[in-house]
Write a protein that binds this ligand. Sequence first.
Ligand SMILES: Cc1cc2nc3c(=O)[nH]c(=O)nc-3n(C[C@H](O)[C@H](O)[C@H](O)COP(=O)(O)OP(=O)(O)OC[C@H]3O[C@@H](n4cnc5c(N)ncnc54)[C@H](O)[C@@H]3O)c2cc1C
Length: 206
Amino acid sequence: MTEKRKRIVIVGGNFAGLTAAIKLSRRHAVTVIDPSRHFEWAPGIHEILSSVKTPQGLRLDRAAIVKQAGHRFLRDRVTVLQPARCRLSTAGGCELDFDACIVAVGAVWNTHHIAGVARHAMPFRSVADGLAIKRRLHTLMQQGKPLCIVIAGGGISGSEALARSCVATATMPACRSRWSRPVPGCCQACRRHWMPTCAAYANPMR
Ligand SMILES: Cc1cc2nc3c(=O)[nH]c(=O)nc-3n(C[C@H](O)[C@H](O)[C@H](O)COP(=O)(O)OP(=O)(O)OC[C@H]3O[C@@H](n4cnc5c(N)ncnc54)[C@H](O)[C@@H]3O)c2cc1C
């Protein structure tokens, strides 16, 4: 008698979810669920700001990747997960029973309840976010006034966004970094494009 195929559901189909799907054997009945059509290369979205990358250059067809791995893709959002019953429900009205479920839904944008953030700030997590910021910068630049851009968060994403915003708006000489030491992504862009004219970055330790 043949053994029944295990039903494995993967919730979320970006880096973690697709890696799991690719590693799982075709002997299992694997379903990847994600509401979005595209796998997105999040580490590259800052390059949309400077037009080095296009949205198409950072997106891949998720259904094609899952199919190539020999599994099934369901474009939907999981709304209820009942581990005890081994069942989940989706926004589209599907009810799926599973033997194992992998949750790979990533992180969410968090305002940390800071007043005004949700209303005035633009999130920076997805290709769509990068595109929205690029369009906003473009609109502001067309007004012909000096821009004041605040980037909240000075980690890797923030510093990459800073470098690319500066390239996009060609205002690097006006940038005033509050960092006390060089920021890798930013300084690379600086060296390539602006170092000769950028006083703040010519002496990044000050
Ligand atoms: C601007 C930026 C720059 C970054 N740079 C780097 C870098 O240089 N190096 C690095 O290592 N990492 C970087 N990261 C982090 C990296 O992108 C994340 O660690 C990675 O995306 C996490 O992968 P993940 O699959 O866990 O989650 P995600 O990539 O966030 O994917 C989660 C998926 O789950 C889906 N999902 C969410 N909710 C549901 C639901 N209810 N039902 C079904 N599906 C759902 C989403 O649609 C999404 O496709 C960067 C991130 C950002 C935002």
